[in-house]
Design a protein around this ligand. Structure first.
Ligand code: SF4
Length: 431
């Protein structure tokens, strides 16, 4: 789900302001390439997110601010919020154009004049993955392997913004990863909207585990492969085998669990029950003892009783969760959950706060267990590093972002570990 990331609307030039998930960040690089190729120069493009009301509010605020800062620039709005409610943005006097998700990475789309160009139903069968090889920051690269979603969870608007599930061909993904590794990348993160449904629309319906196995086999130079968020109900046997046998597959699973109560999971139209999640965690722990788990959890879903909420609190321990993403329920237009009897906002907020506090305690306990361990950490900018199990580490005197070096964990501050490089030379220096 999402956080607003603002790249800032500089005076003059072409800027893309991204809201939401890694997938949007990945696509923003494609949007920039497309718009530049169409000759757009003095413009700001807002790649919006619709997952929460807050994300939409931030986009509208950023648009108004950009108009004040750049009175002559063309302001173009795209992304899921524009796809789901184009009229809302078209009514804003600050906005010049509204482009649906079908067109945001389509060459030629930025050279047109039509003010609102949005298909009622998103229908692309593929995206312009060929425009970039992956989204790189200074440490790792994200590769989009899947987009859209065929599920209809009752709280979620994503399928209305992104359309049906579609997968990148395995050969194309392997090629992208190989080029990134040749370019010096040590860690690649596979990303998508509903990652575990990768392959469902491809000949022979290969599984995500099959893709992971192929990447690790065909790109031996890749040091670390990580998965972004996955659905606990759809983990396949091949993926479990890779977790057990492939050291290079990061021992970290971020699970889209959403809740810990079976009745609420049913009302969310999720495809797993509480015990399925617990059973999966125990199975993965047996296969890969150094694994760490994170999860997305919603607090305050309509009709959630105190007892149901306590089942979510208990799930944090039962599923050994260390990294929580907590979302106060946000009713989204046109979703079934928005039509259900809503809890008072105060209760929603209080429960989210209680869950966050429990998450902070779970993280501190996880960090305590790491003290004394030596891990091969991926260096990030700002004296930070990331352990294979996703533990964040403050590291002094570290080498270059993107390198992987052995780090001994010496302590923690409850939010991240502290560590020292075990040796001056990186474990595997990039060429
Ligand atoms: S699986 Fe559910 S929550 Fe995830 S994108 Fe699809 S509809 Fe939304």
């Amino acid at each position: 789900m999402s956080a607003a990331v603002r790249e800032g609307a500089r005076a003059g030039g072409l800027d893309v302001v991204t809201f939401g998930c890694r997938l949007n960040a990945f696509e923003s690089e494609q949007v920039r390439a497309c718009a530049a190729a169409d000759g757009l120069s003095d413009a700001v493009i807002f790649n919006t997110c619709a997952v929460t009301g807050e994300a939409v509010r931030q986009a509208r605020q950023a648009i108004r601010r950009a108009r004040r800062e750049r009175p002559d620039a063309r302001l173009i709005v795209t992304g899921c919020a524009a796809q789901i409610d184009p009229e809302m943005f078209a009514r804003m006097p600050e906005v010049d154009r509204v482009l649906g998700n079908d067109f945001k990475v389509q060459s030629g789309a930025y050279a047109e004049e039509e003010r609102v160009r949005v298909n009622g139903r998103v229908s692309p069968r593929e995206t312009a993955r060929h425009l970039i090889d992956g989204l790189r920051d200074h440490s790792r690269a994200w590769v989009e392997v899947q987009n859209g979603c065929d599920h209809r969870c009752t709280f979620c608007v994503i399928p209305f913004g992104r359309g049906d599930s579609r997968s990148a061909a395995a050969g194309e993904v392997v090629g992208q990863v190989r080029r990134l590794v040749e370019g010096g990348v040590n860690e690649v993160v596979l990303t998508g909207v509903d990652l575990t449904s990768w392959g469902g629309d491809l000949p022979g319906a290969p599984s995500l585990g099959n893709l992971v196995g192929r990447i690790l086999k065909l790109v031996p130079g890749l040091r670390r492969l990580r998965l972004s968020s996955i659905d606990a109900a759809e983990i396949d046997a091949e993926l479990l085998r890779c977790l057990a046998d492939e050291e290079r597959l990061a021992p970290h699973l971020h699970l889209s669990l959403q809740h810990g109560d079976d009745l609420i999971l049913k009302r969310m139209k999720r495809r797993h029950k509480r015990d399925d999640a617990i059973r999966l965690v125990r199975q993965v722990r047996t296969l890969r003892p150094d694994v760490a788990f994170g999860a997305d959890l919603i607090a305050g879903f309509p009709t959630e009783s105190e007892a149901a909420f306590r089942n979510t609190l208990a799930l944090v321990e039962d599923c050994e969760l260390s990294f929580l993403h907590v979302f106060p329920f946000s009713p989204r237009p046109a979703t079934a959950a928005a039509r259900m009897p809503q809890l008072p906002r105060e209760i929603v907020k209080t429960r989210a706060e209680r869950l966050r506090r429990l998450g902070a305690a779970a993280l501190a306990a996880h960090l305590e267990r790491q003290v004394g361990r030596t891990v091969d950490a991926l260096l990030e900018r700002g004296a930070r590093a990331r352990a294979p199990d996703f533990t964040e580490i403050s590291v002094r005197d570290a080498a270059r972002p993107g390198d992987i070096i052995p780090v001994r964990i010496t302590g923690h501050d409850g939010r991240r570990a502290t560590g020292v490089p075990v040796s001056a030379t990186p474990a595997s220096s990039s060429p």
